[in-house]
Design a protein around this ligand. Sequence first.
Ligand code: GZL
Length: 323
Amino acid sequence: MKIIKTLALAAGIGALLSSASYAEGLSGKVIGFSQIGSESGWRAAETSVTKAEAEKLGIDLKFADAQQKQENQIKAIRGFIAQGVDAILVAPVVATGWEEVLTEAKEANIPVVLLDRGIDAPEDLYLTSVASDQVKEGRVAGEWLVAEVGDRQCNVVELQGTVGSSPAINRKQGFEEGIAGAANLAIIRSQTGDFTRSKGKEVMEGFLKAEGGGANICAVYAHNDDMAVGAIQAIKDAGLKPGSDILVVSIDAVPDIFAAMVAGEANATVELTPNMAGPAFAALDAYLNAGTVPEKFIITESKLYTPADDPQGEYDRRKGLGY
Ligand code: GZL
C-alpha cells in the first residue's frame, strides 16, 4: 500500500513540476536574436514587436543588428553559442552559407528558430521556421495586377529584394506564376533594390530613363513597400502619376503604403505580419519546458489590401504597432 502511495505522490509532484515549468514559460531564459538590420519599416516593426514580446515573457533578449551583412550574423551567432544562451532566433539575410555555424549551435545543443526568411540547409539544423508563404505573396500580387489591367497591354518593371534572400527568390517566382496566364502582361525590367527606399527610388529612376521617361511602363511590382515608396517618389519626379499612370503593387502592408493609397499613389499591398516572435517564443516554450517538437514550418497569413479597404483606418491601426 505504502509503495502505491509513494508512487502516486511522486507522479503528482512530477506533474506539478512539469506543469509549473511549462506554466513558467520562458521567464529568465536567455535568447539571442541575430537580426538582419533595419533596412525597411517592416524590419523595424519586427524588431520592436520581438523586443516587446520578450519583455512581456521575462526573456533576457540579447539583440544583435547585422547591418544586412551575413558575416555579422555568423559572428553574433557564435557569440550567443559562447555565452551558452538557451535559444537563438535568426532572420537569415540570405538563403545560403549557414550550415557551418548552425551545426556549431546544434553541437552546443542550442535550438535555433528562423524568422521571416528561409535557408537552404538541412532541416535538422533549426527547430522551426516562422515565415509567410512568400511564393503566395508574389502570386497574389500578380493575380491582382492581371485582374486590374484586364486585357490592356501592361509592361511591368520589378524591384527585387535582397539578392539571394528567400523572399526575393520566392516573390519573383510567385509573381511570375500569377501573371503566367496573361499574354498582355510582361516584366520588361527587373533589378534588386535591396528592400530599401533609397535603392528602390534609384533603380526606378533608372527604369524610367531607360524606358524613355516611362510612358510605356504600366506598373511597378516591388518585393516590399519600402522600395515601392521610393519608386513612387521617382515616378512623381519624372512628372508621372503613381497609382494611375503607373500602377504600384507591393508587399508588407506598412503604414506608409496605406498613406500612399490615401493619396491615390499606390494600388495594392500584401500584408506580412511583423509578429513572427509570438509563434517563435510559443514553440520554444513548449520545446524547452515540455520537450514538444514544433512543426518545421509555421506559416503566417498573407492578406491583400487595396484602396477599397479603408487605407486611412489601416494606417491609423498600424501606426501604433512599432513601425
Ligand atoms: C520578408 C522579409 C522582408 C520584408 C522586407 O519575410 O524578410 O525583409 O518584406 C524586409 O521589408 O526587408
